[in-house]
Design a protein around this ligand. Structure first.
Ligand SMILES: Cc1ncc(COP(=O)(O)O)c(C=O)c1O
Length: 315
């Protein structure tokens, strides 16, 4: 291997990255029968680890994957060991950490797993976080609508499964269109989410985002922003938003754990607002990054105890 991580944590051991082998019979490899989480570790602080572990358990439950009883403790220790091994635990380090859990390996054929609990395969990987390409902050992201629609009735739409073919397809659609990302709409044409981020629209003092029922992943950053909005003097709204709402927004942005908050300045070739990254978006980004660094919240016009919690001390 010439580039990328040197180690992988696999089922309890830190292994050389090119020696970390998963069975060809693993259902994650064969069927995308697995779940994952991605979180940010800044200066060794694990941002919102408890929230990510809770979502991992929710995704596992949705796919009926049995997690080991000690999953929280083993994954937390595994992340710390891996960050140390990768040299990503120091005060200046900034890492993205991925936890992948598959249903495990099964020598039989077919979709149906064998009766009874299987031993899941659990892997942890870590990469240094690169700063966003300069244009993403100065010019903002250009989005197009994906041809793929999201069905709010699909019970798997809100789970973070490793079955990501739709998302890969949408990213390729965006690349072919010369855009930075694609936005999924619901089957009835409402805004859902981008390929790896939730979306927010600002109009006046309202900061709106698609409701949890709009076939979205319940993002950890989305939750943080809904709390931040009130403290910043904005009105957070969760609802059924349209492409017209997007077109008429003053500002728009995407948000996720690793990329943080990124301005969206055009949709389908038409500018949003004045076509420049907006001041509220840039302020939200700066305050989220400060939170990730473990600094005191900058926006304090209200009191939300969660805002003051040390992001690195989650169990
Ligand atoms: C499809 C999708 N939506 C939203 C998000 C944002 O979630 P979070 O803020 O928890 O990273 C992600 C994160 O990767 C995602 O893959």
């Amino acid at each position: 291997m010439t580039d990328g991580p040197v180690h992988v944590w696999l089922d309890g051991s830190i292994l050389p990255a090119d020696g970390a082998h998963v069975s060809a019979f693993d259902r994650g490899f064969q069927l995308g029968d697995g779940i994952f989480e991605t979180l940010r570790a800044r200066g060794g602080r694990l941002t919102e680890l408890a929230e990510h572990l809770a979502r991992l358990r929710r995704s596992a439950s949705g796919l009926d994957i049995a997690l080991p009883a000690d999953i929280d403790a083993s994954v937390t220790a595994g992340i710390r060991d891996l960050l140390e091994a990768e040299g990503l635990a120091g005060p200046a380090a900034d890492a993205s950490v991925r936890i992948t859990v598959t249903r495990g390996a099964f020598r039989g054929r077919g979709l149906l797993p064998p009766p009874g609990a299987m031993a899941p395969t659990i892997a942890i990987q870590a990469w240094p976080v690169a700063p966003p390409p300069p244009g993403h902050l100065t010019d903002g992201l250009h989005l197009v609508a994906s041809d793929i629609r999201r069905d709010p009735e699909n019970p798997l739409a809100t789970l973070k499964t490793t079955s990501r073919a739709d998302y890969v397809h949408a990213r390729l659609e965006a690349r072919r269109a010369g855009a930075d990302d694609a936005l999924f709409l619901t089957t009835d044409g409402h805004l859902s989410e981008a390929t790896s981020a939730n979306i927010f629209l600002l109009r006046g003092d309202e900061l709106a985002t698609p409701d949890l029922a709009c076939a979205i992943l319940p993002g950890t950053t989305r939750s943080w922003i809904l709390g931040w909005a009130s403290r910043a003097g904005l009105r957070p709204i969760e609802g059924w938003l349209t492409t017209r709402d997007l077109a008429e927004a003053d500002e728009a942005f995407l948000c996720s754990s690793v990329a943080g908050i990124l301005p969206v300045t055009s949709f389908e070739g038409r500018p949003i607002g004045d076509g420049r990254p907006g001041p509220i978006t840039l302020r939200a980004r700066a305050e989220r990054e400060a939170f990730i660094r473990g600094e005191a919240p900058l926006a304090t016009s209200g009191s939300d105890p969660a805002a003051d919690r040390d992001p690195g001390l989650s169990p």
